[in-house]
Design a protein around this ligand. Structure first.
Ligand code: B3K
Ligand code: ZN
Length: 886
């Protein structure tokens, strides 16, 4: 057992803070060899803390990796006998009811490789304080329920750091001696320390503005390194769209006079919603037609919106403690997916959300780190920025929206914002506001926040011809997860449609009376609350085909014995676009699963070929939906659906189906490619995006079968591309093709062309690391040695190691265990510099129990090797020990 075993923190131990901070006045002196932080904090006893009211508790402030230079209370140095400093806390034993504490600390941002607190990214200073990074800057009650009014004065060399930014509004600036200068910022809104931010650098400023619904003009500013000057427009446009949308959809107006976005190359996550000063990972905010793919543009729009939406769902109303993280993250993801759906196609967005959920969140929910949307305990909070908190949390909010309907949901969100503005609250407060506004009882619904695991719905049906009644039976079960057994049935909104034999929508009459009324709807949201339900639908003259869980109305697994004929029928006729796509996926899964380990003479079902032929050839179909429908289920999803998975066997079966389709549909693919060539200028609208996607799919399939015409189309596309989607589409197709010389030539040309752009070099790394052909371990090692690789940059680490272990499953699961060994080695290496990233990267190994014994034993051994590493971080400790636990 290592000595640094982290402590488990329990929600049930929550206590209100003993002291509150009214104001925090900070002064930063930034130097090349470190930074001095002067902090003046106005404290008072918390009237809600009974214990402290009676006895006067010691003051405890969090601190991490700080050098304390001085400590002054109400103007007098604190006597050494009155305070104590440990690795994590500064304790002042005796303090009055109200007092001012002045703390001076010395920190070394230039040596901060964890990228938490204040650190240097290239030549600039920046911060990341969520969740517990502020304690790496100065001593403070670093918990979200302590909210203070901050003012921040930054002092630095004027030539190296002309731009000095923090939260709120700039109130003063001027020159100092020795070529230094200062700027002072004041944030009028009380906030927790995790929302604090500071940036200093030689940055270019892009200006824009937005007039709010009440007519206030807000300055919008984006700060980037000068070389990125041409990559700001899309983020600023997205921001304005998000601001307008939040006014229209939620009645939420921006509240400061200035809103700033900064792009930073070294960043652990995607972005951060600091009040008035959002900081972004460059890869999630910078884009130009030449350097960013359509997918990257889409991601930027949604992340910019997500961070902006946090201004209300997160900042104005924040979390009481970190167990409530989904209060802000689940709600904000729900808001950003609504926004993206409104900006483009809601169906396509729904397909994308469901794909992430079913591939990765279901896997998390079935694995050793499974936790509920509101966890009951954690060791390291950074390990809980998970898909469960974010995307399952968003699904839970979405289900409330479905159950209440849009109008009552809006009433509920209005009440929530009004009731809790300026407070730090819980997920239960959110649900309560929804209940109070709507009059609905969400008592049982709350179990979605408490119980982990993915509900499973087993569905069966029969048709009573003589009575004209169709019976649908739904059984709900919830699997055991670590620490949770014997769970209660949950409240599940289950959207249903019924189709007649010509594909027409049938009325869903739950009784003979409803049938007689003629008012029965063509879609219903059934509410499941019991372990089993039976529904009757009247007035049906033939056996209908069910369209189950339309729009993916709940984050659950559905089992039902569809025939292939039924799936083909739904693919062609369902009025719900999501379920058309889903039927195609289920059909493809069935066909691929049949091919696993099948003898050579087993052929791919001709009906799948026919269905794909129809999709590729019929230009009248919704092309954005078709582009999604042509994507076969990934190996990761197929593995998720399989117990005792043999990944290389799954990969081979999938490839066999893909090649069969490509050979059979070769002429249609060429025609589809040609039909979708763009003649006009580059556009980003949904139609143009769908055309590029279809064309790139056609190209990828043609090159997979080494088609000569495909090859020349691909070379032409690579050479003539005026945008990154086309260029990357062609590059990827060659990387995965058997044309060795073209692959080498395009990879080389791509690097030569874009080597000066780190965001593009990241893409170049990941396309190789994720490929079956170029992602062999020897080549991965070569990528790690490449001059553009940088162990200090999380994006590069993700682009090579993350893409290898997360996307290149056939090489990662090499039967000789070399992929596992490689990941274990890299994770151990990283743990010393950036434990947060190490703990994230290890995740593919944690699923070891899913795989066939010859794989799982080697994965377990790799995990044990990490467990035995010296100086294992708390981050990695939690993930590795929980994964190995019985
Ligand atoms: N709230 C941040 C995530 C912070 C991660 C801290 N380890 C980004 C977001 O969800 O908007
Ligand atoms: Zn967020």
């Amino acid at each position: 057992m290592p000595s640094n075993q982290p402590q488990t923190i329990y929600l049930s131990d929550y206590k209100v803070p003993a002291y509150l901070v009214d104001t925090a006045d900070l002064r930063f002196e930034l130097f090349e060899d470190g930074a001095r932080v002067h902090s003046t904090l106005a404290f008072r006893r918390n009237p809600d803390c009974q214990e402290n009211q009676e006895t006067g508790a010691p003051l405890q402030l969090h601190g991490d990796s700080l050098k304390l230079e001085s400590l002054v209370l109400n103007g007098e140095a604190v006597a050494p006998s009155n305070y104590n400093v440990s690795d994590e806390l500064l304790t002042v034993n005796q303090v009055p009811q109200h007092f001012t504490l002045q703390v001076v600390t010395w920190i070394e941002p230039q040596n901060n490789t964890r990228l938490e607190g204040l650190y240097k990214s290239a030549a600039m200073f920046c911060t990341q304080c969520e969740a517990e990074g502020f304690r790496c800057i100065t001593y403070f009650p670093d918990r979200p329920d302590v909210m203070a009014r901050f003012s921040t004065r930054i002092e630095a060399d004027k030539t190296a750091y002309p731009v000095l930014l923090s939260n709120g509004n700039p109130v003063e600036q001027g020159d100092l001696s020795d070529g230094r200068h200062f700027v002072t910022w004041e944030d009028p809104f009380p906030k927790p320390a995790y929302l604090f931010a500071l940036v200093a650098g030689d940055l270019l400023e892009k200006q824009d503005s937005f007039t709010t619904m009440s007519g206030r003009k807000v300055d919008l500013r984006m700060y980037v390194e000068p070389r990125n000057s041409e990559k700001c427009e899309y983020a600023l446009d997205s921001l304005k769209r998000a601001m307008a949308w939040d006014e229209q959809t939620y009645g939420r107006e921006y509240d400061l006079d200035i809103f700033m976005i900064v792009a930073v190359d070294d960043f652990n996550m995607g972005a951060m919603e600091n009040k008035g000063l959002n900081i972004f990972n460059s890869s999630c905010v910078l884009a130009s037609q030449e350097t960013a793919t359509d997918m990257a543009f889409e991601r930027i729009e949604s992340i910019v919106a997500h961070e902006y939406f946090h201004n209300w769902s997160g900042n104005r109303v924040t979390c009481r403690d970190w167990f409530q993280l989904s209060l802000k993250e689940g709600f904000t993801v729900f808001r950003d997916t609504q926004f993206s759906g409104d900006m483009g196609s809601a169906t396509v967005k729904r397909i994308e959300s469901a794909t992430v959920l079913r591939t990765a969140q279901f896997a998390e929910d079935a694995g050793p780190m499974a936790h509920s949307v509101r966890p009951a305990s954690y060791m390291e909070i950074t390990n809980f920025y998970t898909l469960t908190i974010y995307v399952k949390g968003a699904e839970v909010v979405r289900m409330i929206h479905t159950l209440l309907g849009p109008d009552l949901f809006r009433k509920g969100s209005d009440l929530y914002f009004e009731r809790h503005d300026g407070q730090a609250v819980t997920t239960d407060d959110f649900v309560k506001a929804m209940e109070d506004a709507s009059g609905r009882d969400l008592g049982q619904f709350r179990l979605w926040y408490e119980q982990a695991g993915t509900p499973q719905l087993a569905i069966s049906d029969e048709y009573d011809e003589s009575a004209g009644v169709y019976h649908l039976h739904v059984k709900q079960t919830l699997p055991d997860t670590p620490g949770q057994t014997d769970k209660q049935p949950q409240h599940i909104p289950f959207a249903l449609g019924l189709l007649g034999s010509r594909g027409e929508a049938l009325a869903l009459a739950l009784s003979a009376d409803e049938l007689a009324s003629g008012d029965a709807p063509q879609e219903r949201v059934l509410e499941l609350t019991e372990a089993s339900h039976s529904f009757e639908f009247h007035g049906l003259s033939e056996r209908p085909v069910s369209s189950l869980l339309r729009h993916f109305s709940a984050p659950v697994r559905v089992s039902y014995s569809w025939t292939r004929e039924q799936l083909l029928f739904l693919m062609n006729h369902d009025s719900d676009g999501f379920n058309r796509w889903d039927a195609g996926q289920r059909l493809a899964i069935d066909v691929i699963q049949q091919m696993i380990g099948a003898p050579k003479d087993v052929t791919v079902d001709a009906r799948l070929v026919g269905a794909f032929r129809h999709l590729i050839s019929d230009a009248d179909l919704d092309q954005a939906l078709v582009a999604k429908m042509l994507v076969l289920p990934t190996v990761a999803y197929l593995a998720e659906l399989t117990d005792g998975a043999d990944v290389p066997a799954i990969h081979r079966a999938r490839r066999r189906v893909l090649k069969h389709l490509a050979i059979a549909l070769r002429d249609e693919l060429v025609a589809c490619y040609r039909r979708n060539i763009d003649s006009g200028p580059y556009q980003l609208g949904p139609e143009a995006v769908a055309r590029r996607s279809l064309r790139n799919t056609a190209l990828a399939w043609l090159l997979l079968i080494n088609d000569e015409e495909g090859r020349s189309l691909g070379l032409g596309q690579y050479r003539d591309a005026d945008n990154m989607t086309d260029r990357m589409g062609a590059l990827k197709a060659f990387v995965n093709s058997g044309y060795d010389d073209d692959r080498a030539a395009t990879l080389n040309d791509f690097y030569q062309t874009f080597q000066h752009d780190p965001q593009v070099v990241e893409q170049w790394f990941s396309v190789q690391a994720a490929s079956r052909r170029t992602g062999q371990l020897s080549h991965i090692h070569a990528l790690l040695e490449h001059p553009a690789f940088d162990w200090k940059n999380p994006n590069k680490i993700r682009a090579v190691i993350g893409a290898f272990a997360g996307q290149n499953l056939v090489n990662f699961h090499n039967p000789d265990g070399s992929g596992y060994q490689f990941l274990a080695d890299q994770v151990c290496k990283l743990d010393d510099s950036n434990p947060q990233i190490a703990a994230r990267l290890v995740s593919p190994l944690t699923r070891w129990r899913k795989f066939a014994p010859e794989y799982s034993q080697q994965m377990q051994a790799a995990l044990m090797q990490i467990r035995d590493k010296e100086n294992l971080s708390g981050d990695l400790y939690e993930v590795v020990y929980k994964s190995l636990a019985d």
